[in-house]
Design a protein around this ligand. Structure first.
Ligand code: ZN
Length: 107
């Protein structure tokens, strides 16, 4: 085993390089899912408040499918209505003119 920073030979038991102090234990990076698309209400594609349009873009799925799913949840459980209002309040508005990267927008 060799130090990844300075290349000095290390024993298997060493957790730090004696020469430069580099850790020999690989940092465990937690797999964090981050969407490259912000979760915002799309004011240009909205039917009511742009919530479904925003979620459709966030999860990269069809906007109509998202609306249908949302309605099924809303009428099936009642949670959808509350969730929609919560999302309405919580999600920031986004206008097409705000978009920094046009490629992130759904057509
Ligand atoms: Zn080293």
């Amino acid at each position: 085993m060799f130090c990844t920073r300075c290349g000095v030979a290390l024993s298997q038991e060493d957790s730090f390089c004696a020469k430069c102090g580099q850790s020999t234990v690989a940092p465990v990076a937690a797999p964090i899912y981050r969407s490259p698309r912000p979760l915002t209400r799309l004011m240009d594609q909205k039917k009511i408040a742009g919530v479904c349009a925003g979620f459709a873009r966030y999860f990269d799925c069809d906007i109509t499918l998202m609306r249908v799913m949302w309605l099924i949840i809303a009428f099936g459980t009642g949670i959808g209505f509350v969730g929609y209002v919560v999302a309405w309040i919580a999600m920031p508005k986004e206008y097409a003119s705000d978009a920094r990267d046009v490629n992130l927008r759904t057509a």
